[in-house]
Ligand binder design. Structure first.
Ligand code: ADP
Length: 220
């Protein structure tokens, strides 16, 4: 589904945030990318979402070079991705329901479809009872569940999460991880960037270990 071939990324030359990154993700996989702060985890996520372009090398998604996607067509590529940000990025003045609905509205989905998808996602994340609330009135764990609901409502092929447990206590972190695992078991490919070793020890199947922008090892 996704392959990195000899990928380098430099924000400010001559320093490389990533050097010679090679890995493959098959459909249905559950992959962790880990390493200390500054190792390049977020950069990998940003390259996949095409917020950033590689300085060298190729990234293929479903066999196509994502660097070659013209700006005007990026929306149709990103439609295949669900992205969970560490800082949630919920819109504070929109209700929980509208936050989850917004990406579907922007892609032009019909009213009934939006209602069905948003309701299903909010139920899945057990946060449907807060549908009419505004995000600032929710706890951190609840906001995180809304952010996950928004990421999965569009039924993405690939779910990306950057430090999804970064701001949560250990109990909530485990709960969120179990939710992501459940989504994966239903067939969605999941990539999680995290520095949290205890989460990896507990949930890690395939793990890419990064250090100073290089892959140290891949545990399968
Ligand atoms: P991680 O997510 O593992 O903490 P990052 O991918 O955020 O690592 O960062 C990798 C390296 O790239 C770091 O040295 C960081 O300072 C640098 N970096 C990240 N984003 C930028 C940017 N927008 N401009 C310049 N340097 C950046």
């Amino acid at each position: 589904m996704l392959s990195f071939y000899g990928v380098y990324k430099s924000y400010s030359s001559p320093y490389f945030a990533l050097s010679n990154i090679n890995f493959k993700v098959e459909k249905g996989e559950f992959l962790f990318i880990t390493g200390p702060s500054g190792a390049g985890k977020t950069t990998i996520i940003k390259l996949i979402t095409r917020e950033e372009l590689p300085s060298k090398g190729k990234i293929l998604f479903e066999g196509k070079d994502i660097s070659a996607i013209p700006r005007g067509k990026l929306y149709s590529y990103r439609r295949k991705l669900g992205i969970i940000f560490q800082d949630f990025r919920l819109i504070p003045y929109l209700t929980v329901f509208d936050n989850v609905a917004l990406p579907l509205i922007l892609r032009g989905s019909g009213k009934q479809e939006i209602y069905n998808r948003v309701t299903t996602a909010l139920k899945e994340l057990e946060i449907i009872h807060k549908a009419r609330e505004l995000p600032p009135s929710l706890s951190g764990g609840e906001q995180q569940r809304v952010a996950i609901a928004r990421a999965i409502a569009g039924n993405p092929d690939l779910l990306l999460a950057d430090e999804p447990t970064g701001n949560l206590d250990p109990l909530l972190s485990r709960k969120i991880m179990r939710i992501l695992q459940r989504i994966n078991m239903k067939g969605t490919t999941v990539i999680i960037a995290t520095h949290d070793q205890s989460i990896i020890d507990e949930f890690g199947k395939k793990v890419i270990f990064l250090s100073y922008g290089k892959i140290k090892r891949i545990k399968t």
